[in-house]
Ligand binder design. Structure first.
Ligand code: AMP
Length: 456
């Protein structure tokens, strides 16, 4: 037997349906924010990530999937989405368009991590990038996107942490201060941090090994090294967050793992039991130098990424309901050949008329078909019978109450519309716990979806 590679997973069954639903909500939300979908290659030249993501980040030094292709080119499976989008922005001369360019992606990333819960080698990220604007309003808008998404899907208990690394001058001053502070303590830090001290000392603050080391807790704070301009900019970001009604807290130790950030950085955590250090659902920040670093024109950019798997894990841990179907509305049953032919056309007819329909394909007898209908959680059974068909009638059985009725074919659609509508979602399918009649749909105004419990 061939098994899947370590750190990968097969997406199947009800979990796959949840992912598809989350994907749909993301697409709808992005349409409202007017961000365009972008798809870049899953693999790129290795150089893109070495130059773009940074030589001092774990995801480039230790975690990339690198290989030579048959043309002897150095190729890397993308460990994150931003570098590829910036490459595409430059290659396709998108900077020539009246900006800013607002895009979103939703695809697989690859990191050679030690597989554990919430850390996979193949995982999916949803993220956005805004290229071509330095407006602090953009920083606030980008931060608002995951917050609104989480609210729409009914995820409670999220916390937004923000910080500013400032402009180049502020970041350089802070870097100096960190080197001065950490140098006498170097022996108390992990091996990797020895390396980081010379290359990018900010990364020491982000170290997974040293995260509870008291030396880190007493380290200089970014906020004390911001010059006046950077301070004023950070204040503006906070003002816009207030305008967008996004709650946040300032965390002066937040630096984020990648080398290319400046000014605003942020992370979103969720307070859910059982997620441990995987409670960080996503994060991002401003990266005004990256386009230039990759040979494009100086361009101010802001973005974020979140892991869809971790997000769905959080939704599941909180038992958040989603309007997805794990049943069929109708199961069509038959025995004879003529009934089977009728079943084929009736199945097609009902599907094109909008019903979720399944039928028998393996030659089972009626008794086994009843069992199969139960397995599929069919709401109604249509039991075909040659005698009934001669009279242009079909037998319909409510699979819950077990009541049966003979229904004329001419009247069938009306009958099903009426009966299936009645049996649709329970009111308590929504997560707000109120009788809001939302049927768990996200596009409305009940409390758990960010509104005031109004009816749809
Ligand atoms: P990062 O690009 O490292 O800032 O990651 C952003 C988000 O992507 C994280 O908060 C996670 O939700 C998700 N993520 C990162 N690495 C992994 C991984 N190995 N497995 C699953 N999700 C991940």
């Amino acid at each position: 037997m061939i098994n899947k590679p370590k750190g990968c997973y097969d997406l199947t069954g009800i979990t796959a349906k949840k992912w598809k639903y989350v994907d749909r909500v993301i697409d709808e939300l992005m349409e409202k924010y007017n961000y365009n979908y972008i798809r870049t290659p899953i693999f790129e030249s290795s150089e893109l990530f070495h130059r773009g993501v940074g030589e001092s980040t774990d995801i480039v030094t230790k975690e990339t999937y690198d290989f030579k292709d048959r043309g002897d080119r150095n190729i890397t499976l993308r460990p994150e989405g931003t570098a590829g989008i910036v490459r595409s922005y430059i290659e396709n001369k998108m900077y020539g368009e009246p900006g800013p360019v607002k895009v979103y992606y939703n695809g697989t990333m690859y990191r050679y991590e030690r597989p554990q819960s919430g850390r996979d080698r193949e995982f999916t990220q949803f993220g956005v990038e805004v290229l071509g604007s330095d407006d602090p309003f953009v920083d606030a808008e980008v931060i608002s996107i995951p917050v609104v998404l989480f609210k729409m899907l009914g995820l409670q208990g999220i916390k937004v942490k923000i910080n500013s690394l400032g402009d180049k001058e502020s970041r350089d001053n802070y870097r100096e201060a960190l080197i001065k502070y950490f140098t006498p303590h170097i022996e108390e830090l992990c091996e990797d941090c020895h390396d980081r001290l010379g290359k990018n000392p900010l990364r020491i603050l982000d170290c997974k090994v040293d995260k509870d080391n008291p030396i880190l807790a007493k380290a200089p704070k970014t906020i004390d090294y911001l010059n006046d301009e950077s301070k004023a900019r950070f204040e503006q970001v906070k003002t816009y967050l207030d305008e967008l009604e996004i709650d946040y807290e300032v965390d002066t130790r937040l630096v984020r793992g990648l080398d290319y950030y400046n000014h605003t950085v942020f992370e979103i955590e969720v307070d859910v039991e059982g997620l441990g250090s995987n409670n960080v659902l996503g994060g991002g920040g401003r990266y005004n130098g990256l386009v230039e670093m990759l040979d494009g024109p100086a361009t101010a950019c802001m973005g974020f990424a979140m892991g869809t798997g971790r997000f769905i894990q959080a939704l599941e841990s909180m038992d958040v309901k989603m309007p997805i179907h794990d049943d069929v509305e109708l199961f069509i049953m038959y025995v004879s050949d003529t009934e089977k032919k009728y079943a084929a056309s009736l199945t097609q007819y009902l599907r094109v008329n909008g019903f979720r329909v399944d039928t028998e394909y393996t030659g089972r007898g009626l008794k086994a078909q009843f069992k199969q209908a139960d397995r599929l959680k069919a709401k109604y059974l249509i039991i075909l019978n040659d005698e009934d068909l001669k009279n242009d009638e079909v037998k319909i059985k409510n699979n819950k109450t077990k009541e049966e009725e003979l229904v004329s074919i001419d009247y069938l659609l009306y009958y099903l519309d009426e009966h299936l509508l009645e049996d649709d979602y329970d009111l308590d399918d929504c997560n707000c716990g109120e009788e809001c009649k939302c049927k768990g749909e996200h596009d409305h105004k009940c409390k758990c979806h960010g509104g005031e419990n109004e009816e749809v």
